[in-house]
Design a protein around this ligand. Sequence first.
Ligand code: 5GP
Length: 120
Amino acid sequence: ATAPYDDQNIFAKILRGEIPNKTVYEDEYALAFHDINPQAPHHILVIPKGAYVSWDDFSANAPETEIAGFIRAVGKVAREAGLVEPGYRLLANVGMDAHQEVPHLHVHIFAGRKLGPMLA
Ligand code: 5GP
């Protein structure tokens, strides 16, 4: 069972404009903004506008238009930031073992330095 969505989570507040963010990109399906604690020269978070707890919730329950719109937005953010040629990494943490801290789906984009072969 999927945990219920908590509309007081920090990214819900960002989507409602209740707390500020450094927006990189926004469209009907997604909002992208700079991570507050960057782990690479480029560290962008991309979140769907819909209320989904995690990748698991989103992939199981979102309408296909929202899934397509979100995935296209993630690609567009990286492309428009010029990250395709040097390369970038996508990461989505799901649940406790992965240290998902914010219960609204977010995809991390990391780039701008040599990343290790894989995160530990
Ligand atoms: P997680 O561990 O859930 O995959 O990643 C959560 C990410 O959200 C972390 O990288 C953290 O730095 C970032 N973050 C947490 N709170 C805020 C915030 O209020 N604003 C922004 N821009 N990023 C945040």
